[in-house]
Design a protein around this ligand. Structure first.
Ligand code: BYC
Ligand code: FE
Ligand code: FE
Length: 474
C-alpha cells in the first residue's frame, strides 16, 4: 500500500475517494496548522530541521530523511496494512470477525478512548514548546522536533478516526482536541501528567522515557482492538514511538555519563561540588525519575476499574501483547492486588481479572521501565561509583488508584503524613533542585557542541556524524 503524498493530506486510506471526509479534514487542517504555529515549538518555525518522514508503513525501511521547515512537515494519515479475515482477539466477542465500522452499542466508549489517546499527543507538544530555547545541542534540538512533529501526526491519526467514523460529534471532539491546552486552568488536558510543565531537558528525557512508554503500552493495548481501523492506526504509531523512548533512555544515559566524567575530573562525588562543576548529581537524577515515573503510573488508571473491565469485555481495548496469553476471555481468573488496609498497613484483595486489566498493563510497563534503569546502573558500576538508581514502589506518590493520597516511602512502606513531610525533599525535586537544573539550561547551537551537563551521543542520526548541522537556524 503506497503512501499518497500528492493529496493535500498525505494518506494511505484512499482519502480522495471519500470527498466529504476529505473536505472535513481539509477544513480541520488549517486549524491544526494555526495551533502548531501558536503552541508548537516556539522560535523555530523557520528553521530547517533534519527530519524523517514516513514513506511506507512497513516495520522496516519506512523512513526518508531530509531538511524540512516544521510547518511544511507532511502530517498525514497512515494505517498499518489490513490483515485479511482478522478476528477479535479477546473479550466477549473473542473469535468473531473484527469490526470495520464502529459497533453501535460501544460508540461512546470507543470515542472516549480515542479522544483520551488523541488528547495526549498535542498536550505533549504544548508541554515541550519552550525547550528549543534551552537545547543542549543541535542533535538534541533535532530529536525534540522529530518527537514533536510525530506527536502532531499522532493527533492526526486520532482525528482521522473521529472524522471518519463518528460523524458530527467526532468532528466536534476533533475541535476540542485543539481547544484544551496543557496546564490551562479552565480547559486542561484530560490526563494528569499532560498538565505538568516540562521546563528543562532532564524532565524532557524523563518524560520521553517514562511517559512516552505509557504511550507504547496504551497503543499496544489499542492495537489489539476489535475495531480494526483503531488497531491499524495504533500499530503504525508504535513504530514511531520507539524513537521517542530512545531519546529518553539515551538522554538520561548521557546525563549520567557526563556526571561520572565530572566526578573523575574533580575527584569527588559530593553533590554540591558536582553542581558547582556544572553537572547534575545522581541524587537529583533519582528525584526527577521518582517524579515522572510515579506520575506516569497514574496514566494506567485505577488498579480496580470497571471501565477497564468493560472495554476489555467489549473487545475495544486488550492487554499489551494479548497474543502472549492463553486465556483471552478472562471471566474466571482473578488477580491479587496490594492495597492499604486502613490501619497503616497493606492487605491483599482478590478481584476478577477483567477489573484488574489496568494493573496488568501497569505491571508490564514497570518491567519495561527496568531495562533502562539497569543499563544506567551498569554504566555507574563500570565507573566504579557506589550509587544505584531505582524505580520507586508503585505505591509511591500515587494520585490515582487505591494508593492515591497515601503517604508511602519510595521503598513501598506506608508512613504517616508527618514523616512524609519531613522526608519528601529527599525523594522529589525541591524548588532549589529545579532552580539548579534550570540554571544549567543554556542554549548550545554550535554543531557538535554539547552543554556542560550532558555527554555527546554515541552516534548521530541516520549515520551522519554527531557534529552534523541537524538544525539550520533560519
Ligand atoms: N489523570 O477506571 P479509571 C501517549 C480518570 S500516553 C486524570 O481509573 P480507566 C503519549 C479516567 O479518565 C497514552 N484522570 O481508569 C505519551 C476516568 O474518568 P471518567 C494515552 C484520570 O478509565 C507521551 C476516571 O479517572 N492513551 O500516548 O480504566 C507523549 C476513572 O477511571 C487518570 C491512553 O490513555 C489520570 N492519570 O483508564 C505523547 C489510552 N487516570 O471517565 C503521547 C486511552 C484515570 O470517569 N485511555 N483518570 O470521567 C484509556 O484507556 C483510559 O482512559 C485510561 C484510564 C487508561 C487513561
Ligand atoms: Fe504519540
Ligand atoms: Fe511519543
Amino acid at each position: 500500500m503506497s503512501l499518497n503524498y500528492r493529496d493535500r493530506i498525505p494518506n494511505n486510506v484512499d482519502l480522495g475517494t471519500n470527498r466529504s471526509l476529505q473536505r472535513a479534514l481539509e477544513h480541520w487542517q488549517p486549524k491544526f496548522l494555526t495551533w502548531w504555529q501558536d503552541l508548537g515549538p516556539e522560535g523555530f518555525q523557520a528553521a530547517d530541521v533534519y527530519l524523517r518522514t514516513a514513506t511506507s508503513v512497513d516495520a522496516k525501511g519506512w523512513a526518508t530523511y531530509g531538511k524540512v521547515k516544521m510547518p511544511d512537515y507532511r502530517w498525514g494519515i497512515f494505517l498499518a496494512e489490513q490483515t485479511a479475515d482478522r478476528r477479535i482477539g479477546f473479550g466477549d466477542f473473542y473469535g468473531k470477525p473484527a469490526w470495520d465500522q464502529v459497533p453501535g452499542d460501544f460508540r461512546s466508549t470507543l470515542r472516549r478512548l480515542i479522544v483520551t489517546q488523541g488528547d495526549t499527543e498535542p498536550a505533549s507538544v504544548e508541554q515541550q514548546r519552550l525547550l528549543g530555547q534551552i537545547c543542549p545541542s543541535l542533535y538534541d534540538l533535532r530529536n525534540l522536533f522529530q518527537v514533536n512533529v510525530e506527536e502532531g501526526r499522532h493527533l492526526w491519526a486520532m482525528v482521522y478516526l473521529l472524522h471518519a467514523y463518528f460523524g458530527r460529534d467526532g468532528r466536534e471532539e476533533a475541535e476540542e482536541l485543539l481547544a484544551r491546552h496543557s496546564g490551562d486552568a479552565d480547559k486542561p488536558r484530560i490526563l494528569g501528567t499532560f498538565n505538568e510543565p516540562i521546563s528543562d531537558w532532564l524532565s524532557f528525557y524523563m518524560f520521553t522515557y517514562f511517559t512516552d512508554r505509557d504511550g507504547k503500552f496504551q497503543l499496544k493495548s489499542l492495537a489489539e482492538s476489535g475495531f480494526d481501523p483503531l488497531a491499524r492506526t495504533c500499530q503504525f504509531m508504535l513504530t514511531e514511538e520507539a524513537h521517542h523512548m530512545f531519546v529518553g533512555e539515551t538522554g538520561i544515559g548521557r546525563v549520567i555519563r557526563r556526571t561520572l566524567e565530572v566526578m573523575d575530573e574533580i575527584n569527588s562525588d559530593d553533590p554540591e561540588a558536582l553542581r558547582k562543576a556544572g553537572a547534575i548529581d545522581l541524587p537529583t537524577v533519582q528525584k526527577y525519575l521518582n517524579f515522572w515515573f510515579s506520575s506516569s503510573l497514574d496514566l494506567f488508571g485505577s488498579d480496580v476499574s470497571s471501565n477497564a473491565a468493560t472495554v476489555f469485555a467489549n473487545g475495544l481495548k486488550g492487554r499489551p501483547d494479548e497474543g502472549r496469553y492463553e486465556d483471552h476471555v478472562c471471566v474466571e481468573d482473578v488477580f491479587d492486588l496490594d492495597k492499604p488496609d486502613g490501619k497503616g498497613g497493606v492487605e491483599t484483595e482478590t478481584v476478577p481479572l477483567r477489573n484488574a486489566m489496568n494493573e496488568v498493563t501497569r505491571n508490564a510497563y514497570v518491567k519495561d521501565c527496568m531495562i533502562g534503569v539497569k543499563r544506567w546502573n551498569r554504566s555507574i558500576a563500570k565507573a566504579g561509583k557506589p550509587f544505584e538508581l531505582t524505580l520507586p514502589s508503585t505505591r509511591f506518590r500515587r494520585q490515582i488508584g487505591s494508593w492515591a493520597g497515601f503517604s508511602v516511602m519510595p521503598d513501598g512502606t506506608p508512613i504517616d503524613e508527618e514523616a512524609w513531610n519531613a522526608r519528601v525533599n529527599e525523594w522529589l525535586p525541591t524548588e532549589a533542585d529545579q532552580q539548579f537544573v534550570h540554571s544549567l539550561m543554556r542554549q548550545v547551537t554550535a554543531p557538535g557542541k554539547m552543554a556542560s551537563w550532558i555527554a555527546p551521543p554515541d552516534r548521530g542520526i541516520n549515520n551522519l556524524p554527531v557534529d552534523y548541522e541537524y538544525v539550520h537556524l533560519g
